[in-house]
Design a protein around this ligand. Structure first.
Ligand SMILES: Nc1ncnc2c1ncn2[C@@H]1O[C@H](COP(=O)(O)OP(=O)(O)OP(=O)(O)O)[C@@H](O)[C@H]1O
Ligand SMILES: [Mg+2]
Length: 238
């Protein structure tokens, strides 16, 4: 049996033929040599560890089609001038979401925010830099708990500012979406990030800053989210 056919047989027990097609598309273009272990299963996406043909480890995020929350996702796309109108079918929306996360990672990285480098995207499948040591994925800041809360708060605020200056709002910034890779902190999960032109960008930025403030408060670091909002945007938070 040829390698591709073998792969399909195994993975169609786990994924839909549509998703297997997209993984195989990436394999044919030498982004992947198949998939290895599952790092995380979530409500919207599963993340796998994989090896690229050059031998380096990569992370592969695969968005679910069937269990995606259409209305929730649409709210983070509609109104973002970088994306066309939201199509009324799940598959198209999830494909748009994959493209959006890829683009957000590129823009965040260009803005100097430490995110996984995006490598490739095919419909609902995203390949990016693997964050971890060897084959061990880095834990989240929620898993590790605070190590140097002053530094963690400072870096999350810096990220918010750099993203804002690059016309982006993360919109889900909290300790679950920060990986602790040795000394380094890495911001992940950018599918929901929106352009500052999105009609709810202000609300989302304030919410991110409130999350940072809550994290600080629990760990003895004071952050005033309204002041931070005004400092970052130069606009009144009221
Ligand atoms: N590039 C990466 N390298 C290593 N691990 C990663 C990487 N990206 C994601 N992960 C792991 O996968 C988990 C889920 O990733 P992410 O936060 O991007 O997905 P999600 O959209 O929150 O999924 P859901 O909300 O459905 O759980 C992370 O908490 C982290 O453990
Ligand atoms: Mg997440």
């Amino acid at each position: 049996m040829r390698k591709g056919e073998e792969f399909r047989k195994v993975w169609e027990r786990v994924f839909s033929p549509y998703t297997v097609d997209n993984i195989m598309w990436l394999m044919r273009r030498y982004y992947l040599d198949g998939l290895e272990g599952c790092i995380s299963t979530g409500k919207e996406a599963d993340v796998y560890s994989a090896i690229a043909p050059g031998g380096e480890r990569v992370a592969v995020k695969i968005y679910r089609i069937e269990t995606s929350y259409f209305k929730d996702m649409a709210a983070y796309i509609e109104g973002d001038p970088r994306f066309e109108r939201v199509k009324r079918d799940k598959r198209a929306l999830v494909e748009m979401w994959g493209r959006k996360e890829f683009k957000n990672l590129l823009e965040a990285s260009a803005a100097g925010v430490r995110v996984p480098e995006p490598i490739a995207n095919r419909k609902n499948v995203l390949v990016m830099e693997f964050i971890g040591k060897g084959d061990e994925p880095a834990p989240t800041l929620h898993d590790t708990g605070p190590i140097d809360p002053e530094k963690e708060v400072r870096i999350m605020l810096e990220w918010s500012e750099k993203l804002y200056n690059a016309s982006l709002v993360h919109a889900d910034l909290n300790e679950f979406n920060v990986l602790v890779n040795g000394e380094e902190l890495v911001l992940i999960d950018m599918g929901q990030a929106v352009s500052v032109k999105h009609p709810r960008a202000k609300e989302f930025l304030l919410r991110d800053l409130e999350n940072i403030s809550k994290y600080g408060e629990k760990n003895g670091v004071k952050v005033n989210p309204l002041e931070e909002y005004e400092r970052i945007t130069g606009e009144s938070a009221g």
